[in-house]
Design a binder for this molecule. Structure first.
Ligand code: SF4
Length: 99
């Protein structure tokens, strides 16, 4: 028996999730800023679902459609007030039963 686990990319695993987006009510918000703090810049690499991106003004933006609610960004940038984080309303958000 081969004990080696098959390799799989994070992106491939995320593909099996499904999301019910609460349109117009994002559960993660980035505080308005001119220049991103170190904590906001860290989110560009720390978010496993790559929800954070730089816009053309060099500011950090979040798109929560693919958020897996892991809380990583809340730990990094919540205490500094750079983001507001809450769970989605009941029935919305990620569904993990497909992978
Ligand atoms: Fe990304 Fe996790 Fe934050 Fe969602 S909770 S935006 S997946 S770091």
């Amino acid at each position: 028996m081969n004990a080696e686990l098959p390799s799989m990319r994070v992106e491939d695993k995320l593909y099996y999730n499904r999301y019910l987006v609460d349109v117009g009510r994002p559960h993660v918000k980035v505080r308005a800023h001119a220049t991103p703090s170190p904590q906001l810049l860290a989110l560009l690499k720390a978010c496993p679902a790559r929800c954070y991106e730089l816009n053309d003004k060099g500011q950090v933006e979040v798109t929560v459609d693919g958020c897996i609610e892991c809380g990583t960004c809340r730990i990094i940038a919540g205490p500094t007030g750079d983001i507001e984080w809450s769970y989605p309303r009941g029935g919305y958000g990620v569904l993990f039963k497909f992978g």
